[in-house]
Write a protein that binds this ligand. Sequence first.
Ligand code: ZN
Length: 389
Amino acid sequence: MKTTLKTDITVAAICEGFIYNELEGKGLFGLSGRLTIQPEYQRNYIYASDGGKKEVAVIESILKGYPLGLIYFNKVNDTSLEVLDGQQRITSFGRFVTNKFAIKDDNGMEQYFGGIATDKQAMIIQTKLLIYECEGTESEIKQWFRTINIAGVPLNNQELLNAVYSGPFVTLGKEEFSNSQNANIQKWGAYVSGSANRQDFLECALDWVSKSNIGDYLSRHRFDKNINELKTYFNSVIDWVSVVFTDVESEMRGLEWGRLYELYHKKAYDPAKVSAEVKQLYADPYIKNRKGIFEYILGGSVDTKLLDVRVFDEATKKSVYTTQSAEAESKDESNCPLCALGHDANRSKIWKLNEMDADHVAAWSRGGATTLKNCQMLCKTHNRAKGNR
Ligand SMILES: [Zn+2]
């Protein structure tokens, strides 16, 4: 790969013909149309999020004369360039120069580019950038792109995969799942966590349809001209969840719905009954893991491990242990009530506190509370044997 360092390209030149597409959240072109700011394998513009602190910081750096760091262009042919690295910085000053956001002036007043002092305007647009122009094969460039993006806001997994498997399939996938203007995002957001911009929805859809083999799936479909299977599968999962669970709870966001769909979508559920059970479990103060409620119900309400039911605290255990042991000693029996029923040497064994575990006398799953009255201490062997019955 060949690289050439350019030191005479100014902010003004880059911003010539700069277009920011609000809908797609992308800076599109610069250098009078010769520069593509957002090639397909690049992430969407993210410096405007988080209150725009990052894009303001870019402008403040320029005004203080700080270097903006290296920028990399890929020379596509004699007349066209695309940004390999530096897209967020370029879009930041492009947006500022085109009056898309304001910065605070010396008096703390918000000012757009058009409103700041002319010497400051000049300072910004005359700033020269350090730009490497690179020429190489697609795979060389992509390999290198992976390397240079370790600095700055790192690309997440899906952004890297989009770069590695760029092509018609990823482009269509991003149109559907990475467009924050898509009206479905809000509905999907009830079940999928993360942001469309950072490719979390696309990643989720790919994860579900590929059974967590995203890279493999993308390599097989890279040149497909449609994303029908991806869309259909994703929508099937979302539809299934929203029919089975009619109430939307915040703990539903980010669950492994793809896996649960595979396990349970052939099973019939009565949504009214399911809804009543969800409400009952939400009202149960002993359930520590509400995220487990949905899988618990789907699996037939048996696997209480999913709910992480609250255990007895140390004070309760100690108190029950003391009472239980005193009583057992007076009867010359074991302080484990199940050992006391046996016929072996443990029949009269007094276990130490750390040799015993707390057990619900009436099981939690049958309405037993996690309170002192419902607590008994069992030796570890008997407690394990009793399990969750
Ligand atoms: Zn025992």
